[in-house]
Design a protein around this ligand. Structure first.
Ligand code: FMN
Ligand code: SF4
Length: 374
């Protein structure tokens, strides 16, 4: 029988994943405002590991509390946090699932409070990325993902070029943006200058964790695809092991904010162009839910693996569903966005009542199970 690419292992330079389905980064209000992690967070990650995904990409893990993009995310800002992340690692490893920590820093997004970073502050912040990666390694996690996507409102740099005024809420994305980055020194100006902060962070991470620890970067598309390709080539040369293509909020690239959206594979063409230009694996996020389509994009060389957020929030056992031979779940994610919209005040989970046959109690029990351990 012909092999099914979905269940073929993916070998990065320093890490092998058992299949091609990754849980994408999903922030979910599970942690404490002081930056410590919680049992609910561990149960949340366990849900996907036991559901069969090959690897989990964490939600934003701030490298410093000041750079928190989301109020209740466990940080990786000090050695005290290592024991929590070790527990996460041990929990998901029990299911032969790998765990990659998304190290992240929210830049200034408060308009008038914006300030130009001094070279000393740049040096210190770069070292924070490196220290965070060292802690991830000490915790037994399987790699880090440097978060370079826009974040916050999720505006891609591309949108800024189209006249969007809301800056990306992520420090690296702010450096990369020709609109936001007005620096006149070696960290601004040309694409090379704007990329320097990210490249310095990668160099510092490598210095701290060595060459045999998995390091990947999550990127939105820059002002042009050509620039994005160039940056990916520089990242590869700097020792990055994989590129994750996509954005934090998927409706941006469609230019359509009416829900539900048809965002199936909305980053796939960019992923393909980047995959053709680098030698490291490319992961792609955005609207994957059926085995047929996932198989298609990997077999046709658009990307090496797919990362899913909402389809797995709806059906955390999607991989087992595929193993049973089903092409899609009985109650698929409708991409209604209610999970994300509820996140402002409520726990993360699937809030589309139609998926629970209109039974509100069933929906509440499912969402609260992560908190209550039921
Ligand atoms: C509730 C929720 C939280 C998310 N949190 C993050 C995050 O912390 N970091 C990140 O890079 N992307 C985040 N994303 C974006 C997802 O990782 C993913 O890239 C995007 O939703 C597209 O995938 P999907 O169509 O399978 O949902 C989040 C998405 C959702 C729905
Ligand atoms: S709330 Fe909507 S978008 Fe979110 S997981 Fe459920 S069906 Fe999917």
């Amino acid at each position: 029988m012909e092999k099914d690419i979905i269940f073929e292992p993916l070998a990065f330079r320093n890490l092998t994943i058992k299949n091609r389905i990754f849980r994408s980064n999903t922030y979910g209000n599970f942690d404490n405002p002081d930056g410590s992690g919680t049992p609910a967070r561990i149960r949340w990650e366990k849900k996907f590991a036991s559901g069969g995904v090959g690897a989990i990409l964490s939600a934003v893990a701030p490298i410093h509390s000041q750079g928190r993009m989301a109020p209740q995310s466990a940080t990786i800002e000090s050695d005290e946090q290592i024991s929590f992340w070790r527990e996460v690692a041990e929990t998901v490893h029990a299911y032969d699932c790998k765990y990659i920590l998304q190290i992240s820093y929210g830049g200034s997004h408060l308009g008038s409070f914006c300030q130009t970073m001094t070279l000393e502050l740049i040096r210190k912040t770069v070292q924070m990325y490196a220290d965070a990666a060292r802690r991830a390694r000490e915790a037994g996690l399987d790699g880090v993902e440097v978060d370079a996507t826009a974040g916050g409102t999720g505006r891609l740099l591309y949108d800024l070029e189209q006249g969007e005024t809301q800056p990306p809420v992520n420090l690296i994305a702010q450096f990369l943006s020709a609109k936001v980055n007005q620096r006149q020194d070696e960290y601004g100006g040309s694409l090379a200058g704007r990329s320097q902060f990210l490249l310095d962070a990668i160099a510092a991470i490598r210095q701290e964790v060595g060459d045999d620890f998995h390091v990947q970067v999550k990127l939105g598309v820059l002002d042009t695809l050509e620039n994005c390709i160039q940056l990916c080539q520089w990242l590869e040369a700097a020792g990055v092991d994989a590129i994750h293509i996509g954005s934090k909020i998927p409706y941006i690239q469609t230019g359509n904010e009416d829900f539900p959206l048809d965002i199936k594979g909305n980053h796939i063409d960019n992923a393909q162009a980047i995959k053709r230009s680098v030698h490291i694996p490319v992961l792609c996020t955005g609207g994957f839910q059926t085995a047929t389509y996932i198989r298609h994009v990997i077999n046709e060389g658009f990307c090496d693996a797919v990362t899913l957020a909402r389809a797995l929030i709806a059906n955390s056992d999607l991989v087992h569903i595929f193993i049973r031979g089903q092409d899609s779940p009985d109650q698929p994610c409708t991409y209604c966005e209610k999970c994300r919209l509820n996140l402002v005040e409520n726990p993360l989970g699937c809030y589309d009542l139609s998926r629970y046959d209109g039974d509100y109690g069933k929906m509440s029990r499912e969402i609260m199970s992560v908190y209550l351990g039921t």
